[in-house]
Design a protein around this ligand. Structure first.
Ligand code: FES
Length: 277
């Protein structure tokens, strides 16, 4: 048995956090990864034993989700998003450059054990495409050159800070946090920024707010007294004002120069031949 008594205790603690113990399987597998460097056979057996389910069921989960690794990982996991948007914005180029630079293929680890490279699916950071992740922390708007510089810094053991997130530690430490054991660094570094906040800034400039609960005609009403009705009327007026403001902005967008020039172009005769017909 390589799993320590401390880890066994923490696995049991995770199982006790849920009304149904088997709901803890996902964090438990992350904890196994954090101590063993991958989901080992022993880790699968132990999880199955604690949760009173079969090893086949645990194995089915561990082999279904790509965040669970059945092979030993390097110190850092470097993910390159090659999903559609990142791919066309340069993700494919970044992945190819890193494969050559690190001399590894997909899901392989460098000889010095510092970096495991993997192409990953959309990380919901498309507004910063192309993105690279290190131990699931974001590195936004990357280029092949910046990605090479990033992995070189990791391999040299330099301090690396995520574009939006905490200072990089290691894949194993990140796995422990994902398992549910906080390291107290959740608020470290910037979080939302740039394009992610564009909608919020537009709403703020226009005084838009989300409709309060109950302004929707389909929302449950119950028995209303006079003050409820007065409140509902105020909310309705606010919602109507927001709708008017939104409609004015949408009209302005529709009448933008780009749209107008497109429309006027489409109204012109397509060619001399057409006009001759
Ligand atoms: S396509 Fe890369 S983050 Fe969405």
């Amino acid at each position: 048995m390589t799993l320590s008594d401390v880890t066994l205790g923490e696995l049991r603690e995770l199982a006790s956090r849920y009304p149904q113990a088997r709901s803890a399987l996902l964090p438990m597998l992350h904890l196994v990864q954090s101590t063993e460097g991958s989901v080992t056979n022993e880790g699968i057996e132990v999880c199955a034993d604690i949760l009173d389910i079969s090893a086949a069921e645990v194995s089915g989960v561990a082999t279904f989700y790509t965040m669970y690794k059945r092979r030993p990982m390097g110190k850092h996991h470097v993910g390159v998003c090659t999903n559609t948007l990142c791919a066309v914005m340069g993700g494919d180029l970044i992945f190819e450059r890193l494969k050559g630079h690190l001399d590894v293929g997909n899901d392989e680890t460098t000889d010095d054990g510092t970096v495991t490279l993997e192409h990953i699916e959309c990380n919901a950071a498309c507004d910063f495409a192309p993105v690279v992740t290190v131990n699931w922390e974001f590195f936004d708007n990357q280029t092949p050159e910046s990605a090479v510089e990033l992995v070189d810094q990791l391999r040299a053991g330099e301090t690396v800070k995520a574009t939006r997130g905490a200072t990089i530690t290691s894949w194993r430490e990140a796995e422990r946090v994902i398992a549910g054991f906080e390291d107290g660094r959740a608020d470290e570094g910037p979080t939302a920024a740039g394009a992610s906040l564009a909608g919020f800034e537009i709403a703020k400039a226009n005084g838009w707010t989300a409709p309060a609960y109950g302004t929707d005609a389909t929302a449950p009403t119950g028995k209303a007294d006079k003050s409820d009705k007065a409140g509902a009327t105020t909310k309705k007026k606010a919602a109507e004002q927001a709708d008017t403001s939104r409609a004015e902005t949408e009209t302005a967008i529709e009448e933008s120069p780009a749209q107008t020039s497109k429309e006027s172009a489409s109204n012109e005769p397509a060619s001399k031949e057409d006009s001759d017909d």
